[in-house]
Design a protein around this ligand. Structure first.
Ligand code: TYD
Ligand code: MG
Length: 466
Protein backbone atom coordinates (compact mmCIF):
# COMPACT_ATOMS: atom_id res chain seq x y z
CA UNK A 1 0.00 0.00 0.00
CA UNK A 2 1.35 3.40 -0.87
CA UNK A 3 2.17 5.51 2.15
CA UNK A 4 0.37 8.82 2.29
CA UNK A 5 2.97 11.52 2.18
CA UNK A 6 3.00 13.99 5.02
CA UNK A 7 4.20 17.53 5.17
CA UNK A 8 4.89 19.52 8.29
CA UNK A 9 3.27 22.93 8.41
CA UNK A 10 3.99 25.68 10.90
CA UNK A 11 0.67 26.84 12.35
CA UNK A 12 2.05 30.25 12.99
CA UNK A 13 3.57 31.29 9.66
CA UNK A 14 2.38 28.58 7.28
CA UNK A 15 5.83 27.49 6.13
CA UNK A 16 6.11 23.90 4.98
CA UNK A 17 8.98 21.50 5.64
CA UNK A 18 9.65 17.85 5.02
CA UNK A 19 10.25 16.82 8.62
CA UNK A 20 9.07 17.70 12.08
CA UNK A 21 11.10 19.91 14.34
CA UNK A 22 10.45 21.60 17.63
CA UNK A 23 11.02 25.06 16.30
CA UNK A 24 9.94 26.57 13.01
CA UNK A 25 13.02 27.63 11.06
CA UNK A 26 11.11 30.30 9.16
CA UNK A 27 9.51 32.25 12.00
CA UNK A 28 11.21 30.85 15.09
CA UNK A 29 7.96 29.80 16.80
CA UNK A 30 8.25 26.86 19.18
CA UNK A 31 6.00 23.84 19.03
CA UNK A 32 4.01 25.21 16.14
CA UNK A 33 4.67 22.47 13.57
CA UNK A 34 1.87 20.05 12.82
CA UNK A 35 1.81 17.06 10.49
CA UNK A 36 -0.60 17.35 7.61
CA UNK A 37 -1.39 15.21 4.61
CA UNK A 38 0.59 16.47 1.65
CA UNK A 39 -1.47 18.29 -0.96
CA UNK A 40 -1.59 16.69 -4.35
CA UNK A 41 1.22 17.76 -6.65
CA UNK A 42 0.63 20.42 -9.27
CA UNK A 43 -0.98 19.22 -12.51
CA UNK A 44 1.65 17.93 -14.99
CA UNK A 45 4.48 20.40 -15.64
CA UNK A 46 4.23 23.08 -18.25
CA UNK A 47 5.68 21.13 -21.12
CA UNK A 48 4.37 21.84 -24.61
CA UNK A 49 1.58 19.34 -24.18
CA UNK A 50 0.67 20.84 -20.79
CA UNK A 51 -0.05 24.15 -22.49
CA UNK A 52 -2.79 22.68 -24.60
CA UNK A 53 -6.15 24.22 -23.90
CA UNK A 54 -4.63 27.32 -22.29
CA UNK A 55 -6.15 30.65 -23.27
CA UNK A 56 -4.12 33.64 -24.31
CA UNK A 57 -4.36 36.50 -21.87
CA UNK A 58 -5.35 39.89 -23.27
CA UNK A 59 -2.98 42.52 -21.93
CA UNK A 60 -4.43 46.02 -21.60
CA UNK A 61 -3.14 49.55 -21.09
CA UNK A 62 -2.72 50.99 -17.65
CA UNK A 63 -4.90 53.89 -18.67
CA UNK A 64 -8.52 53.07 -19.24
CA UNK A 65 -12.05 53.72 -18.25
CA UNK A 66 -13.17 51.88 -15.14
CA UNK A 67 -16.44 52.25 -13.42
CA UNK A 68 -16.19 53.74 -9.92
CA UNK A 69 -16.55 50.88 -7.44
CA UNK A 70 -20.11 50.72 -6.18
CA UNK A 71 -20.32 50.19 -2.45
CA UNK A 72 -22.71 48.67 0.01
CA UNK A 73 -23.18 51.28 2.69
CA UNK A 74 -24.44 49.96 6.01
CA UNK A 75 -25.28 53.29 7.56
CA UNK A 76 -23.16 52.43 10.60
CA UNK A 77 -20.85 55.38 9.97
CA UNK A 78 -17.87 54.16 11.94
CA UNK A 79 -17.94 50.78 10.22
CA UNK A 80 -18.36 52.21 6.72
CA UNK A 81 -15.50 54.66 7.16
CA UNK A 82 -13.06 52.00 8.33
CA UNK A 83 -13.98 49.91 5.26
CA UNK A 84 -13.08 52.88 3.08
CA UNK A 85 -16.62 54.13 2.48
CA UNK A 86 -18.64 50.92 2.46
CA UNK A 87 -18.22 47.30 1.40
CA UNK A 88 -17.13 46.56 -2.15
CA UNK A 89 -19.08 43.78 -3.91
CA UNK A 90 -16.89 40.80 -4.73
CA UNK A 91 -14.39 41.65 -2.04
CA UNK A 92 -13.34 39.63 1.00
CA UNK A 93 -12.82 41.14 4.43
CA UNK A 94 -11.29 39.57 7.48
CA UNK A 95 -12.36 40.80 10.90
CA UNK A 96 -9.96 39.70 13.63
CA UNK A 97 -10.09 40.15 17.36
CA UNK A 98 -9.84 38.52 20.77
CA UNK A 99 -12.59 36.14 21.82
CA UNK A 100 -15.49 37.97 23.44
CA UNK A 101 -14.49 41.37 22.11
CA UNK A 102 -17.70 41.71 20.07
CA UNK A 103 -16.95 40.51 16.54
CA UNK A 104 -20.16 38.51 16.23
CA UNK A 105 -22.16 41.39 17.65
CA UNK A 106 -20.63 43.89 15.24
CA UNK A 107 -21.18 41.71 12.19
CA UNK A 108 -24.73 40.84 13.14
CA UNK A 109 -25.48 44.54 13.50
CA UNK A 110 -23.80 45.24 10.15
CA UNK A 111 -25.75 42.41 8.49
CA UNK A 112 -29.00 43.76 9.88
CA UNK A 113 -28.21 47.26 8.63
CA UNK A 114 -27.17 46.03 5.18
CA UNK A 115 -30.03 43.54 5.00
CA UNK A 116 -32.37 46.48 4.49
CA UNK A 117 -30.89 47.14 1.04
CA UNK A 118 -29.36 43.83 -0.04
CA UNK A 119 -29.76 40.14 0.72
CA UNK A 120 -27.57 39.22 3.68
CA UNK A 121 -26.64 35.80 5.01
CA UNK A 122 -25.05 35.08 8.39
CA UNK A 123 -23.41 31.68 8.76
CA UNK A 124 -22.35 30.70 12.24
CA UNK A 125 -20.00 27.81 12.81
CA UNK A 126 -19.74 28.51 16.52
CA UNK A 127 -23.28 29.11 17.68
CA UNK A 128 -26.58 27.42 17.01
CA UNK A 129 -29.29 29.31 15.13
CA UNK A 130 -31.19 29.80 18.39
CA UNK A 131 -28.22 31.42 20.02
CA UNK A 132 -27.85 33.85 17.15
CA UNK A 133 -31.59 34.59 17.31
CA UNK A 134 -31.29 35.26 21.01
CA UNK A 135 -28.50 37.70 20.39
CA UNK A 136 -30.53 39.40 17.64
CA UNK A 137 -33.40 39.74 20.09
CA UNK A 138 -31.11 41.32 22.65
CA UNK A 139 -29.97 43.78 20.00
CA UNK A 140 -33.57 44.54 18.98
CA UNK A 141 -32.82 43.21 15.53
CA UNK A 142 -35.05 40.15 15.47
CA UNK A 143 -37.10 41.60 12.60
CA UNK A 144 -34.07 42.41 10.46
CA UNK A 145 -34.08 40.72 7.03
CA UNK A 146 -31.06 38.48 7.59
CA UNK A 147 -30.94 34.80 6.66
CA UNK A 148 -29.26 32.53 9.21
CA UNK A 149 -27.55 29.17 9.03
CA UNK A 150 -25.42 27.10 11.34
CA UNK A 151 -22.94 25.30 9.10
CA UNK A 152 -19.29 24.34 9.02
CA UNK A 153 -18.88 22.44 5.76
CA UNK A 154 -17.35 24.54 3.02
CA UNK A 155 -18.60 22.08 0.41
CA UNK A 156 -22.22 22.69 1.50
CA UNK A 157 -21.67 26.42 1.67
CA UNK A 158 -20.13 26.63 -1.77
CA UNK A 159 -22.98 24.56 -3.22
CA UNK A 160 -25.53 26.87 -1.61
CA UNK A 161 -23.81 30.12 -2.54
CA UNK A 162 -22.44 29.44 -6.00
CA UNK A 163 -25.68 30.31 -7.78
CA UNK A 164 -26.87 33.15 -9.95
CA UNK A 165 -29.20 34.28 -7.15
CA UNK A 166 -26.37 34.55 -4.63
CA UNK A 167 -26.90 37.08 -1.83
CA UNK A 168 -24.98 40.36 -1.70
CA UNK A 169 -23.38 39.82 1.68
CA UNK A 170 -22.16 36.63 3.34
CA UNK A 171 -20.77 36.57 6.86
CA UNK A 172 -18.79 33.53 8.01
CA UNK A 173 -18.37 33.39 11.80
CA UNK A 174 -15.67 32.09 12.08
CA UNK A 175 -13.27 30.87 9.40
CA UNK A 176 -11.52 28.66 12.01
CA UNK A 177 -14.64 26.52 12.36
CA UNK A 178 -15.00 25.85 8.63
CA UNK A 179 -13.66 22.68 7.08
CA UNK A 180 -13.05 21.27 3.66
CA UNK A 181 -13.70 17.53 3.70
CA UNK A 182 -11.01 16.78 1.12
CA UNK A 183 -8.41 17.57 3.75
CA UNK A 184 -7.74 15.36 6.70
CA UNK A 185 -6.45 17.93 9.14
CA UNK A 186 -8.70 19.30 11.86
CA UNK A 187 -10.68 22.56 11.47
CA UNK A 188 -8.62 25.54 12.56
CA UNK A 189 -5.30 24.24 11.21
CA UNK A 190 -3.49 26.30 8.64
CA UNK A 191 -4.32 23.92 5.82
CA UNK A 192 -8.06 23.96 6.62
CA UNK A 193 -8.26 27.69 7.17
CA UNK A 194 -6.39 28.37 3.98
CA UNK A 195 -8.40 25.94 1.88
CA UNK A 196 -11.74 27.10 3.31
CA UNK A 197 -10.93 30.74 2.76
CA UNK A 198 -9.69 30.08 -0.76
CA UNK A 199 -12.90 28.29 -1.75
CA UNK A 200 -15.13 30.93 -0.24
CA UNK A 201 -13.18 33.86 -1.67
CA UNK A 202 -13.31 32.25 -5.11
CA UNK A 203 -17.11 31.97 -4.96
CA UNK A 204 -17.39 35.54 -3.66
CA UNK A 205 -15.36 36.87 -6.59
CA UNK A 206 -17.31 34.84 -9.11
CA UNK A 207 -20.75 35.71 -7.79
CA UNK A 208 -19.86 39.25 -6.78
CA UNK A 209 -20.97 39.09 -3.17
CA UNK A 210 -19.11 40.64 -0.30
CA UNK A 211 -17.57 38.07 2.03
CA UNK A 212 -16.91 38.92 5.66
CA UNK A 213 -14.78 36.40 7.53
CA UNK A 214 -14.36 36.39 11.28
CA UNK A 215 -10.88 35.33 12.35
CA UNK A 216 -9.72 34.48 15.83
CA UNK A 217 -6.66 36.01 17.29
CA UNK A 218 -4.08 33.91 19.11
CA UNK A 219 -2.48 34.75 22.44
CA UNK A 220 0.21 36.73 20.65
CA UNK A 221 -2.32 38.91 18.89
CA UNK A 222 -1.97 37.55 15.37
CA UNK A 223 -4.91 36.24 13.41
CA UNK A 224 -4.78 32.49 13.85
CA UNK A 225 -4.20 30.46 10.80
CA UNK A 226 -2.64 33.26 10.06
CA UNK A 227 -0.65 35.49 7.69
CA UNK A 228 -1.77 33.30 4.79
CA UNK A 229 -5.30 34.49 5.37
CA UNK A 230 -4.30 38.14 5.40
CA UNK A 231 -2.82 37.77 1.92
CA UNK A 232 -5.98 36.25 0.53
CA UNK A 233 -8.43 38.92 1.54
CA UNK A 234 -8.79 42.50 0.31
CA UNK A 235 -9.18 44.08 3.66
CA UNK A 236 -8.15 43.20 7.21
CA UNK A 237 -9.95 44.83 10.10
CA UNK A 238 -9.02 44.26 13.72
CA UNK A 239 -11.46 44.81 16.51
CA UNK A 240 -9.70 45.70 19.71
CA UNK A 241 -10.28 47.03 23.16
CA UNK A 242 -9.55 46.32 26.79
CA UNK A 243 -11.81 43.79 28.40
CA UNK A 244 -12.65 45.99 31.38
CA UNK A 245 -13.54 49.00 29.23
CA UNK A 246 -16.62 49.46 27.15
CA UNK A 247 -14.76 51.10 24.24
CA UNK A 248 -14.06 49.05 21.15
CA UNK A 249 -11.90 50.16 18.27
CA UNK A 250 -12.20 48.87 14.75
CA UNK A 251 -8.97 49.41 12.85
CA UNK A 252 -8.13 48.77 9.21
CA UNK A 253 -4.67 47.26 8.87
CA UNK A 254 -4.93 46.39 5.21
CA UNK A 255 -7.36 47.80 2.69
CA UNK A 256 -7.21 47.48 -1.06
CA UNK A 257 -10.13 49.89 -1.46
CA UNK A 258 -9.36 52.61 1.04
CA UNK A 259 -6.92 54.06 3.53
CA UNK A 260 -5.45 52.00 6.35
CA UNK A 261 -4.95 53.14 9.93
CA UNK A 262 -8.48 54.44 9.91
CA UNK A 263 -10.30 53.72 13.15
CA UNK A 264 -13.92 53.46 14.15
CA UNK A 265 -14.87 53.84 17.80
CA UNK A 266 -17.75 51.95 19.38
CA UNK A 267 -19.09 51.57 22.85
CA UNK A 268 -20.32 48.15 24.02
CA UNK A 269 -23.63 48.63 25.77
CA UNK A 270 -26.29 46.20 26.93
CA UNK A 271 -28.00 46.84 23.58
CA UNK A 272 -24.94 46.02 21.51
CA UNK A 273 -22.38 48.28 19.92
CA UNK A 274 -23.16 51.96 19.68
CA UNK A 275 -21.16 54.30 17.47
CA UNK A 276 -19.15 56.99 19.15
CA UNK A 277 -19.25 60.01 16.90
CA UNK A 278 -16.93 62.18 18.96
CA UNK A 279 -14.36 59.91 20.59
CA UNK A 280 -12.24 62.74 22.04
CA UNK A 281 -15.11 63.74 24.31
CA UNK A 282 -15.47 60.16 25.43
CA UNK A 283 -11.80 59.57 26.15
CA UNK A 284 -11.56 62.78 28.14
CA UNK A 285 -14.87 62.38 29.94
CA UNK A 286 -13.51 61.25 33.28
CA UNK A 287 -10.67 63.69 33.50
CA UNK A 288 -10.07 65.56 36.73
CA UNK A 289 -8.29 68.87 36.20
CA UNK A 290 -5.26 70.10 38.07
CA UNK A 291 -3.73 66.82 39.18
CA UNK A 292 -0.11 65.81 38.74
CA UNK A 293 0.75 63.00 36.34
CA UNK A 294 -1.77 63.57 33.56
CA UNK A 295 -1.35 65.16 30.15
CA UNK A 296 -3.74 65.39 27.22
CA UNK A 297 -2.26 64.15 23.96
CA UNK A 298 -3.59 65.52 20.68
CA UNK A 299 -3.24 62.49 18.43
CA UNK A 300 -4.28 61.44 14.95
CA UNK A 301 -5.81 58.06 14.24
CA UNK A 302 -6.16 57.49 10.52
CA UNK A 303 -7.67 60.67 9.17
CA UNK A 304 -9.17 61.74 12.43
CA UNK A 305 -7.81 63.78 15.34
CA UNK A 306 -8.29 62.19 18.74
CA UNK A 307 -7.56 63.62 22.17
CA UNK A 308 -6.64 61.17 24.89
CA UNK A 309 -5.30 61.42 28.39
CA UNK A 310 -1.87 60.01 29.19
CA UNK A 311 -1.45 59.14 32.86
CA UNK A 312 1.81 58.49 34.66
CA UNK A 313 2.81 57.57 38.16
CA UNK A 314 6.42 57.83 39.32
CA UNK A 315 6.95 56.56 42.85
CA UNK A 316 9.92 55.37 44.95
CA UNK A 317 10.48 51.66 44.44
CA UNK A 318 11.01 49.14 47.21
CA UNK A 319 12.48 46.75 44.63
CA UNK A 320 16.07 46.34 43.52
CA UNK A 321 14.99 46.53 39.88
CA UNK A 322 12.22 49.12 39.67
CA UNK A 323 9.08 48.32 37.77
CA UNK A 324 8.35 49.89 34.40
CA UNK A 325 4.84 49.21 33.19
CA UNK A 326 3.10 50.68 30.16
CA UNK A 327 -0.52 50.04 29.20
CA UNK A 328 -1.56 51.19 25.72
CA UNK A 329 1.92 52.36 24.78
CA UNK A 330 5.13 50.66 23.72
CA UNK A 331 7.27 49.84 26.75
CA UNK A 332 10.51 50.15 24.76
CA UNK A 333 9.53 53.68 23.85
CA UNK A 334 8.78 54.40 27.53
CA UNK A 335 12.28 53.25 28.50
CA UNK A 336 13.72 55.51 25.83
CA UNK A 337 11.88 58.57 27.11
CA UNK A 338 12.93 57.79 30.69
CA UNK A 339 16.55 57.49 29.55
CA UNK A 340 16.37 60.82 27.70
CA UNK A 341 14.79 62.51 30.75
CA UNK A 342 17.58 61.15 32.93
CA UNK A 343 20.53 61.80 30.59
CA UNK A 344 19.49 65.13 29.05
CA UNK A 345 17.37 66.74 31.74
CA UNK A 346 18.96 65.39 34.93
CA UNK A 347 15.71 63.91 36.20
CA UNK A 348 16.62 60.95 38.41
CA UNK A 349 14.47 57.97 37.51
CA UNK A 350 16.69 55.23 38.98
CA UNK A 351 15.08 53.69 42.04
CA UNK A 352 11.60 54.80 40.91
CA UNK A 353 8.74 52.63 39.78
CA UNK A 354 7.13 54.05 36.63
CA UNK A 355 3.61 53.28 35.48
CA UNK A 356 2.14 54.68 32.30
CA UNK A 357 -1.44 54.33 31.16
CA UNK A 358 -3.45 55.57 28.19
CA UNK A 359 -6.90 56.30 29.58
CA UNK A 360 -9.93 54.57 28.10
CA UNK A 361 -8.13 51.42 26.93
CA UNK A 362 -6.86 52.98 23.72
CA UNK A 363 -3.57 51.84 22.22
CA UNK A 364 -1.35 54.55 20.78
CA UNK A 365 1.41 53.86 18.28
CA UNK A 366 2.30 57.39 17.20
CA UNK A 367 5.75 58.73 18.14
CA UNK A 368 4.01 62.10 18.32
CA UNK A 369 2.82 61.06 21.77
CA UNK A 370 6.39 61.15 23.14
CA UNK A 371 6.09 64.69 24.43
CA UNK A 372 2.75 64.01 26.14
CA UNK A 373 4.22 60.91 27.78
CA UNK A 374 7.22 62.94 28.92
CA UNK A 375 4.91 65.68 30.24
CA UNK A 376 2.91 63.17 32.29
CA UNK A 377 6.11 61.60 33.66
CA UNK A 378 7.72 64.92 34.56
CA UNK A 379 4.48 66.12 36.09
CA UNK A 380 4.24 63.06 38.31
CA UNK A 381 7.95 63.10 39.21
CA UNK A 382 7.87 66.80 40.24
CA UNK A 383 4.34 66.63 41.64
CA UNK A 384 3.30 69.62 39.53
CA UNK A 385 0.28 69.51 37.19
CA UNK A 386 0.66 70.09 33.46
CA UNK A 387 -0.73 73.61 32.70
CA UNK A 388 -4.50 73.47 32.73
CA UNK A 389 -6.44 73.39 29.47
CA UNK A 390 -3.33 72.41 27.55
CA UNK A 391 -2.76 69.70 24.95
CA UNK A 392 0.67 68.26 24.22
CA UNK A 393 2.21 66.64 21.14
CA UNK A 394 5.66 66.20 19.59
CA UNK A 395 8.27 63.55 18.98
CA UNK A 396 11.41 63.35 21.13
CA UNK A 397 14.86 62.61 19.73
CA UNK A 398 17.63 60.88 21.66
CA UNK A 399 19.46 64.14 22.34
CA UNK A 400 16.32 65.52 23.93
CA UNK A 401 15.29 67.71 21.00
CA UNK A 402 11.59 68.01 20.24
CA UNK A 403 10.83 67.16 16.65
CA UNK A 404 8.03 68.26 14.39
CA UNK A 405 5.11 65.91 13.72
CA UNK A 406 2.59 65.75 10.91
CA UNK A 407 -0.88 67.32 10.82
CA UNK A 408 -0.36 69.86 13.60
CA UNK A 409 -3.21 72.00 12.26
CA UNK A 410 -5.68 69.17 12.59
CA UNK A 411 -4.56 68.41 16.14
CA UNK A 412 -4.87 72.05 17.17
CA UNK A 413 -8.27 72.38 15.57
CA UNK A 414 -9.63 69.44 17.54
CA UNK A 415 -8.12 70.84 20.75
CA UNK A 416 -9.80 74.22 20.15
CA UNK A 417 -13.08 72.51 19.40
CA UNK A 418 -12.97 70.81 22.78
CA UNK A 419 -12.17 74.00 24.64
CA UNK A 420 -8.42 73.70 25.16
CA UNK A 421 -6.76 77.10 25.43
CA UNK A 422 -3.10 76.25 24.87
CA UNK A 423 -0.81 73.68 23.30
CA UNK A 424 2.73 72.53 24.01
CA UNK A 425 4.23 71.60 20.65
CA UNK A 426 7.44 71.40 18.63
CA UNK A 427 8.87 74.65 17.21
CA UNK A 428 7.22 75.72 13.97
CA UNK A 429 9.65 75.86 11.13
CA UNK A 430 9.13 78.62 8.56
CA UNK A 431 5.70 79.52 9.91
CA UNK A 432 4.03 76.79 7.92
CA UNK A 433 1.45 76.24 10.57
CA UNK A 434 -1.74 78.24 10.52
CA UNK A 435 -3.15 77.63 13.97
CA UNK A 436 -6.81 78.17 14.63
CA UNK A 437 -7.69 81.27 16.59
CA UNK A 438 -7.99 81.22 20.34
CA UNK A 439 -5.25 78.76 21.15
CA UNK A 440 -1.96 79.83 22.69
CA UNK A 441 1.08 77.98 21.32
CA UNK A 442 3.99 77.15 23.61
CA UNK A 443 6.81 75.91 21.43
CA UNK A 444 9.41 73.67 23.04
CA UNK A 445 12.69 73.09 21.22
CA UNK A 446 14.15 70.80 23.88
CA UNK A 447 12.80 68.49 26.53
CA UNK A 448 14.52 70.69 29.15
CA UNK A 449 12.11 73.51 28.24
CA UNK A 450 9.21 71.21 29.06
CA UNK A 451 10.74 70.18 32.40
CA UNK A 452 11.33 73.85 33.29
CA UNK A 453 7.76 74.78 32.23
CA UNK A 454 6.16 72.08 34.37
CA UNK A 455 8.48 72.57 37.37
CA UNK A 456 7.46 76.26 37.43
CA UNK A 457 3.80 75.34 37.85
CA UNK A 458 2.12 75.92 41.21
CA UNK A 459 1.60 72.80 43.33
CA UNK A 460 -1.65 70.91 42.73
CA UNK A 461 -4.73 71.71 44.77
CA UNK A 462 -4.43 70.73 48.40
CA UNK A 463 -7.01 68.16 49.36
CA UNK A 464 -9.94 70.06 50.87
CA UNK A 465 -9.38 70.15 54.64
CA UNK A 466 -12.30 69.69 56.92
P1 TYD B 1 -19.36 38.57 20.90
O1 TYD B 1 -19.89 39.37 19.78
O2 TYD B 1 -19.96 37.23 21.14
O3 TYD B 1 -17.78 38.41 20.81
P2 TYD B 1 -16.89 37.58 19.78
O4 TYD B 1 -17.75 37.16 18.66
O5 TYD B 1 -15.81 38.56 19.40
O6 TYD B 1 -16.32 36.44 20.54
O7 TYD B 1 -19.52 39.50 22.18
C1 TYD B 1 -19.46 38.95 23.39
C2 TYD B 1 -19.43 39.95 24.51
O8 TYD B 1 -20.15 41.13 24.28
C3 TYD B 1 -20.02 39.28 25.70
O9 TYD B 1 -19.04 39.27 26.72
C4 TYD B 1 -21.21 40.08 26.06
C5 TYD B 1 -21.02 41.37 25.37
N1 TYD B 1 -22.28 41.94 24.87
C6 TYD B 1 -22.77 43.08 25.45
O10 TYD B 1 -22.19 43.64 26.37
N2 TYD B 1 -23.94 43.63 24.96
C7 TYD B 1 -24.62 43.06 23.94
O11 TYD B 1 -25.66 43.59 23.53
C8 TYD B 1 -24.10 41.85 23.36
C9 TYD B 1 -24.82 41.17 22.25
C10 TYD B 1 -22.94 41.33 23.86
MG1 MG C 1 -18.29 35.21 18.16
Amino acid sequence: MARTKSTYVCQSCGSVSGRWSGRCEACGAWNSIVEEAAPEGPPGGLSKSGRRGARRIEFVDLQGESEPTPRLVSGIGEFDRVCGGGLVPGSALLVGGDPGIGKSTLLLQAAAALGEQAAAIYVSGEEAVDQVRLRAKRLDLEKAPVQLAAATSVRDLVASLDRPDAPSLVIIDSIQTMHVDALESAPGTVAQVRASAQELVRVAKRRGFCLLLVGHVTKDGVIAGPKVLEHMVDCVLTFEGERGHQFRILRATKNRFGPTDEIGVFEMTDKGLVEVANPSELFLAERHGNVAGAAVFAGIEGTRPLLVEVQALVSPSPLGTPRRTAVGWDSGRLSMILAVLEARCGLVMAGKDVYLNIAGGLRINEPAADLAVAAALVSSACDRPVPEGCVVFGEIGLSGEVRAVSQSDLRLKEATKLGFASAILPPRRGGRLSPPEGIELQEMAHLQDLVARIAAQPAPDEPVSR
